[in-house]
Design a protein around this ligand. Structure first.
Ligand code: NAD
Length: 292
């Protein structure tokens, strides 16, 4: 029977560390300040922002939301980002997704100063990871690495299989695992025999968005299984619940360690965003101010 990797508990530890360090900085007159941009005032976007504000407040991080009109042009959004890049009181910037259809997320994320890019989504930050000079890495990928590390496994030389190859999840996860010297296989929709890959892995990370994709037959005895998937599924009684991509009850019988959904990667990703926000501020504070 697998041991459960408690993402919520690990997230709590990270938040405590961020809170302590943020307080130390504040005592020296250094304020950690995250500004988020929401384009179009949707209920879901505002609710998410409100939660984020509370999460930041709990660790002493200032949070400010700038809401732009849904018909804001790419130039409008870019101008806001550029103003925040220059603003010395803003230490971190993030752009809420999804954006209205007429806007290209990557193009706009590219405008965020790489040091202030708390989500690690500016293509430049991915580039720095590739070259081994990480400034800010993507949150979900960092969360996955922390969850794997918490098991005590040696990543160096381990066989790691990542299922799902998106820019937001699978590819950055594979990159960070490579940085950790794991031997990495990246599977995706065109992979011919998924099970042949996953069933020989020491570590299986699944980030696809398909409930039931990974069963007990896909993993070997003693594997570490990290489920990034978040899916809402309808149950027989008409209610819905959140599940991952892994058939938990099946896989937990074979794996040595497994993350639950919810309570695994999700809360860790939120905590890592806070840690990245602190890191952005520390990177800025350690640089001469006239650079910005
Ligand atoms: P995406 O749709 O952008 O990418 C899905 C990937 O899975 C693609 O690379 C595709 O080739 C691959 N894929 C599709 N079907 C497959 C199959 N049958 N076998 C193997 N590979 C297959 O999705 P995404 O944005 O990367 O999100 C994936 C999941 O992770 C979603 O459930 C999403 O909600 C979740 N997610 C969670 C977090 C978090 O913080 N916990 C963050 C990001 C994404």
């Amino acid at each position: 029977m697998a041991m459960m990797i408690d993402g919520a508990a690990l997230a709590r530890q990270i938040r405590e560390l961020v809170k302590a360090r943020t307080a130390e900085l504040a005592a020296n007159g250094r304020v950690v300040h995250l500004t988020a941009i929401l384009v179009g005032s949707t209920g879901a976007g505002e609710l998410y922002a409100q939660r984020q504000k509370e999460t930041c407040a709990a660790v002493g991080i200032n949070y400010e939301l700038i809401t732009l009109r849904a018909d804001a042009t790419a130039e409008d959004v870019a101008a806001t980002i550029h103003r925040l890049n220059r603003d010395l009181s803003v230490t971190g910037i993030m752009l809420h997704l999804p954006l209205p259809e007429h806007l290209d997320a990557t193009e706009l994320q590219y405008q965020i100063d790489p040091v202030k890019d708390v989500e690690g989504v500016n293509p430049a930050n991915i580039g720095y990871v590739v070259y081994g000079h990480t400034l800010i890495a993507p949150c979900t990928a960092l969360a996955v690495i922390e969850l794997i590390r918490s098991t005590g496994v040696t990543l160096r030389g381990a066989e790691a299989v990542v299922v799902g190859a998106s820019e937001i999840a699978g590819k950055p996860i594979a990159l960070l695992l490579t940085e950790e010297m794991a031997t990495v296989t990246l599977c995706h929709i065109a992979t011919r025999d998924l099970r042949a890959h996953t069933s020989r892995a020491d570590i299986v990370v699944v980030a696809v968005g398909k409930p039931g994709l990974i069963t007990g037959e896909h993993v070997r005895e003693g594997a570490i299984v990290i489920d990034v998937g978040i899916n809402r599924v309808k149950q027989a009684d008409g209610t819905s619940r959140t599940v991952g991509d892994v058939v938990f009850e099946d896989v937990e019988r074979k794996a040595a360690h497994i993350t639950p959904v919810p309570g695994g990667v999700g809360p860790m990703t939120v905590a890592i965003l806070l840690r990245n926000t602190l890191r952005s501020a520390e990177l800025l504070f350690s640089k001469p101010k006239d650079l910005y």
